[in-house]
Ligand binder design. Structure first.
Ligand SMILES: NC(=O)c1ccc[n+]([C@@H]2O[C@H](COP(=O)([O-])OP(=O)(O)OC[C@H]3O[C@@H](n4cnc5c(N)ncnc54)[C@H](OP(=O)(O)O)[C@@H]3O)[C@@H](O)[C@H]2O)c1
Length: 375
């Protein structure tokens, strides 16, 4: 249980928080401060949350280095971070969904603010925290899990369900391992790409790995895995008639290979697109637009009618509620954690290492920033 604060008089006037001074390299622009004012003016629908843990997603370092500054400009200094878990310590006059002392989890989106001891944000970005998770585990869930939840259950049509055949590109990524568990939870048949070094990660979730498509049986714990360093999944599973390929890796090759395994009318949904660096410029917008239009046209006029969808998370608080009650508290979906960084012990180095490990693309589970102790 977290230490709950139900009296606003115990909220300090300043807090420890990360600050970004400009767009640029992690170690040049990211600092840690003890004297950042706690946001105390709440609008009617806002809540103030004492944060216990936060996590990082690739969007956080993409925002830091300015790759996305065309669509999201910060005023500096800026408090970065989006995923978090904590306790409600103050509420605006029209807040409906929470009361003081509630444990919550959520994602602050590109406006940031979660790498701090307190954040003030609209109640709509939060939901009650899953009771069976620690604060660190809960902070690992919101963005990655909800992105995959939306992709599989509301963006593809029909939604992934019992008997669907789903292929997930990047099963060891955070979005990937949540997607595997969500799809399995509704009875889909799932296969994925994952390097050999990460097979043990998927085994931690209780899956029995097979690399041979002819060994597939009705065991729901069985997972077909293609080692992407050794084989191309398109060639390996050619003609296997998948309903959906969900791409958590990006790059044109995922789409090329997907077309070899999708059934007629099957759908490819990507959360990355062809440009894995996600640099948003006028040129890249024009190029992505023409690629998407071309692929959508080929889904109508091409011989295989393969659907092509680029998906960006659009937060819906009821979805975090559904993830909590129907998937996490039932034990069907679990977060995996690689490292917990603690800035009270390691100072700014904890923050820099958090970003650098995420940027390396080699995390084996979620990377967490511990902000306060749970009691
Ligand atoms: N559109 C949206 O709303 C949205 C939301 C969330 C995330 N995203 C994007 O989705 C991507 C994944 O995010 P994430 O948080 O899930 O990433 P992550 O957890 O940081 O992914 C790291 C993992 O990806 C694996 N990987 C790297 N290259 C691979 C490949 N070619 N094939 C298979 N696996 C590979 C790595 O395994 P190895 O060590 O074996 O290489 C590692 O386990 C990022 O680009 C992110 O920006 C988009």
């Amino acid at each position: 249980m977290a230490e709950t604060t139900t009296s606003t008089s115990s909220i300090p006037s300043v807090m420890k928080a990360a600050q970004q001074s400009n767009y640029g390299e992690i170690r040049s622009v990211l600092t840690l401060h003890d004297d950042v004012p706690v946001p105390r003016k709440l609008s009617s629908k806002e809540i103030l949350v004492r944060i216990y843990a936060a996590s990082i997603n690739p969007i956080d370092w993409k925002l830091l280095n300015g790759n996305l500054s065309l669509i999201s400009r910060f005023s500096f200094p800026h408090i970065p971070g989006s995923d978090m878990a904590g306790v409600v310590v103050d509420i605006g006059s029209a807040v409906k969904r929470f009361k003081l002392g509630d444990e919550v989890y959520g994602n602050a989106g590109i406006s940031g603010g979660s790498y701090a001891e307190y954040v003030c944000a609209n109640e709509s970005i939060f939901a009650l925290k899953p009771k069976n998770l620690t604060m660190e585990e809960a902070a690992a869930v919101p963005l990655a899990c909800e992105t995959s939840y939306q992709a599989l259950f509301s963006k593809v049509s029909p939604a992934v369900g019992a008997g669907s055949k789903v292929f997930i590109c990047g099963g060891s990524s955070a979005t990937g391992f949540f997607a595997i568990q969500l799809a399995k939870a509704v009875g889909a048949q799932v296969a994925t790409t994952c390097s050999q070094r990460n097979f043990s990660l998927l085994e931690k979730l209780g899956y029995k790995i097979t690399q041979n498509k002819d060994e597939i049986n009705n065991d729901q714990q069985q997972l077909l895995v293609i080692d992407y360093n050794a084989k191309d999944f398109g060639r390996e599973l050619s003609g296997q008639n998948y309903d959906v390929v969900y791409d958590c890796v990006g790059g044109e090759q995922q789409w090329i290979s997907a077309q070899q395994i999708l059934k007629q009318g099957g759908q490819f949904i990507t959360i990355v697109g062809d440009d894995t660096k996600s640099i948003v410029s006028l040129k890249s917008i024009a190029s992505t637009t023409s690629t998407v239009i071309g692929r959508k046209l080929s889904s109508v006029f091409g011989s295989n009618h393969h659907g092509y969808i680029i998906h960006f998370l659009n937060q819906v608080p009821e979805e975090l509620d559904d993830i909590r009650t129907n998937y996490i508290e039932t034990g069907k979906v679990k977060p995996l954690i690689d490292t917990i960084y603690d800035w009270r012990k390691d100072g700014v180095e904890a923050l820099h290492s958090l970003y650098e490990k995420s940027k390396s693309g080699k995390a084996q589970g979620k990377l967490i920033l511990k902000i306060a102790n749970e009691k």
